[in-house]
Design a protein around this ligand. Structure first.
Ligand SMILES: C[S@@+](CC[C@H](N)C(=O)[O-])C[C@H]1O[C@@H](n2cnc3c(N)ncnc32)[C@H](O)[C@@H]1O
Length: 232
């Protein structure tokens, strides 16, 4: 088993450039927070850059042999790209036409939604990163259809609380990003698209987990929830 990521699928100049660009986006938007009115948009861009950086970093640290340039998860499908593009557009257009509504934190309802949003982002990111760390070699960005070397059933750590903690984290993180920006349309779109995606993915993934681990996975599945609403 390789200790370091395979350099042929982790070309150093590309990894360095991608990490540099993600760090620059994060630094730029965090640096601008002091000077802009719509601070939530800056936090969103910084959270997005941090999320993609951590996808690669955590894979490289805890599952090095399976790390590739795709571990940044920047090519995460057209729907993912469309959702984030729509969210940026919605945020900026609503701000253009309703600047006071968008950045108004004096109303109690805005305050509650935004505070919950930041909580979801933090909890979601921590859950996602902890899941990748705990699962280690058992984690893979694509669902395994055959049991690979080093793939063991993980039930410890954060997997005691949710049986799909990285999906739980991703879902709540994404919902939180739309809540902090007070993006009503994108909130509905993100929640619906991700809910459908994870419901189908969990069904598919669990079919294989039951084949790999049999009764052990069956018992685990029946005792630990997912913690995404209405996904049993
Ligand atoms: C993207 S990871 C997601 C893991 C898990 N669904 C989660 O949300 O943390 C997908 C891979 O994890 C593996 N996997 C999922 N749950 C697992 C568990 N409890 N133990 C070991 N492998 C697991 C699946 O076989 C699949 O190849």
């Amino acid at each position: 088993m390789a200790i370091y990521p395979d350099v042929s699928v982790n070309q150093p100049h590309r990894i360095a450039l991608t990490a540099f660009l993600l760090g620059s986006v994060m630094g730029l938007f965090l640096g601008l927070i002091k000077f802009v009115h719509l601070k939530a948009f800056d936090f969103y861009m910084a959270a997005l850059a941090l999320f993609h950086f951590l996808e690669y970093y955590t894979t490289a640290k805890y599952n090095p042999s399976q790390t590739t340039e795709d571990s940044f998860l920047l090519s995460n499908g057209i729907e993912y790209l469309l959702c984030h593009s729509f969210a940026i557009l919605e945020c900026l257009l609503e701000y253009m036409f309703l600047p006071h509504w968008k950045a108004d934190m004096s109303s109690l309802s805005h305050f509650i939604v935004v505070s919950l949003g930041y909580t979801f982002i933090i909890v979601g990111q921590i859950a996602r990163t902890m899941a990748m760390r705990t699962a280690g070699q058992s984690f893979s960005h694509t669902v395994r259809t055959s049991r690979g070397e080093g793939h063991v059933l993980v039930k410890n750590g954060i997997y005691q609380w949710s049986r799909h903690p990285s999906y739980f984290g991703f879902f709540w993180w994404a919902v939180g990003t739309q809540m902090i920006m007070l993006n009503p349309l994108s909130l509905v779109i993100f929640a619906t698209v991700l809910w459908k995606f994870f419901r189908q993915r969990i069904k598919f993934e669990e079919n294989y987990l039951l084949r790999f681990f049999g009764r052990d996975y069956y018992d685990y599945k029946n005792s630990v929830p997912v913690l995404i609403p209405f996904i049993a």
